[in-house]
Design a protein around this ligand. Structure first.
Ligand code: 6CN
Length: 455
């Protein structure tokens, strides 16, 4: 224990614990941020850490070592050098060219692999690594983490049947630091409050219901969308990516009862006119759904403003919901001067195969989304803070189109159960089908049942 304690005090001096307002990968706010990356720059500490980890699991129980990307990579490498047990590397994203492998290195099916995680929160990124290694036929016997934030991650992993241990737990760390008088009164208070499981509930709870979410979403359009979903028992948004207005109107007349939103790319419509928009508006009021314009504004604020209010489409004069990127920063969507009856959806993480956004970008995009009162939700491929509605495009029943023309597709069950999605966006699966009315009903039903089963 003394050994571990001394080690922790050394890494604490590297500034691994920060207090303030942080947004975690999930978009959730946290008063503490733990960053173990500085250890990578201290070979002496990496060696010590490897030895401490090797005390936790006997080396004969595994034949390979893999770190959860990226923070645990140097730690796993040091452990491999120290134990002489081979390292394999897990990619975060499939590189989309060349071998398209998710796991690099030399390994054989059936080998036992030890996984190393740096900080465990919900255990979600760890599970992604577990799944990818198991797909390669590797056996996961043991998982080691350096620091457990005590937010349910360990229980989550254990419940899935894996053995997991953590070198340190946040509560234990607090005691070490308190004993050495290294924390300010306020910092002790923050950690103690944190440990009262206030935040834990937030992350452990699988999902909240539409009714609960309606209380957390302040924007009237966000609330309205939830009300429509509940009334019509549908979380289906139809993406009418068609180039003729007549075809769109035909389809909307056919399936308007089944959807809570109709999403357009107005700039692909060859015969766009305001009479088309007026027709759509009438149907949307009659059949009760919202009009989304998926323009994905992505410029500086002034240009976004002009594109939103002017040009031939005059989007702000008719759309209920508009999509925006936040690539240009928070200010680019701050002064759009939109009325209170228009809500924004940010694009934090696209569904496309080989997307460039990394965890850091996504975290910042979610943070911007949470801070902007016009934002009702976001498009992302992961769970997000309960104060945002999560929209999931890339939906298809068929396994055969998992990847199609650069977009990746999942079943509604996966969207709701794995990602805590609130609304599915379905395009070609409906408009390319032989019977859009029946197919739209199938997606409505599947989306609704998946929502109900996701608690
Ligand atoms: O179901 P489909 O692939 O035919 O259509 C998906 C729709 C498209 O309109 C696409 O532009 O969803 C949009 N989309 C969005 C974000 C994203 O990450 N991926 C998408 O496919 C949006 N909004």
């Amino acid at each position: 224990m003394k050994d571990k304690e001394q080690f922790f005090l050394k890494i604490y001096n590297l500034g691994i614990l920060k207090f303030g307002h942080f947004t975690l990968k999930s978009g959730m706010n946290s008063p503490i941020y733990i960053d173990l990356r500085p250890i990578a720059s201290r070979p002496d500490l990496l060696i010590k850490l490897s030895d401490l980890l090797l005390n936790e699991v006997p080396p004969h129980t595994f034949e390979l070592i893999c770190g959860v990307p990226y923070a645990a990579l140097p730690i796993a490498t040091a452990l491999s050098l120290r134990s002489n047990i081979p390292l394999i590397i897990k990619r975060k994203e499939n590189k989309g060219y060349g071998t398209k492998k998710m796991i690099e290195g030399i390994y054989k099916k059936g080998q036992k692999c030890l996984i190393i995680e740096d900080v465990i929160t919900s255990g979600d990124s760890l599970l992604k690594t577990v799944i990818d290694l198991e797909k390669e036929g590797l056996i996961i016997k043991n998982i080691l983490s350096i620091l457990d934030r005590e937010q349910g991650g360990i229980e989550n992993i254990k419940n899935k049947g894996f053995k997991i241990r953590s070198l340190f737990r946040i509560g234990e760390v607090l005691k070490i630091l308190e004993k050495k008088n290294l924390l300010k009164e306020k910092e002790i208070h923050i950690i103690k409050f944190f440990l009262q499981k206030k935040y834990i509930k937030n992350i452990q709870k699988k999902r909240i219901s539409y009714e609960e979410k309606k209380e957390k979403i302040y924007h009237p359009i966000g609330k309205k969308l939830i009300e429509i979903a509940l009334k019509k028992k549908t979380n289906l948004i139809f993406s009418a990516d068609l180039i003729y207005s007549k075809k769109i109107l035909e389809l909307v007349n056919l399936i308007g009862d089944k959807i809570c939103g109709l999403k357009l790319h107005v700039d692909i419509i060859s015969d766009f006119s305001f009479s088309f928009i007026n027709f759509l508006k009438k149907i949307s009021l009659k059949k009760k759904f919202l009009l989304f314009e998926d323009r994905k504004f992505c410029d500086v604020g002034t240009t976004n403003y002009l594109q939103l209010h002017h040009g031939i489409h005059k989007i702000s004069s008719w759309a209920d919901v508009i999509t925006v990127h936040v690539l240009a920063g928070s200010k680019s969507i701050e002064n759009l001067n939109i009325p209170s009856n228009i809500g924004l959806i940010t694009i934090s993480e696209m569904s496309s195969y080989g997307r460039l956004s990394d965890d850091n970008y996504i975290r910042k995009a979610l943070n911007i989304s949470l801070k902007n009162s016009k934002v009702i939700g976001t498009v992302a491929q992961r769970k997000v803070d309960n104060r945002l509605l999560l929209f999931t495009p890339g939906i298809h029943f068929s396994d055969s189109i998992k990847n199609y023309k650069g977009n990746s597709y999942i079943h509604p069950n996966q969207a709701f159960i794995k990602k805590n999605c609130d609304f599915i966006i379905v395009g070609k699966a409906i408009y390319q089908s032989d019977n859009p009315k029946i197919v739209a009903e199938n997606y409505r039903k599947a989306g609704w049942i998946a929502y109900e089963n996701s608690f």
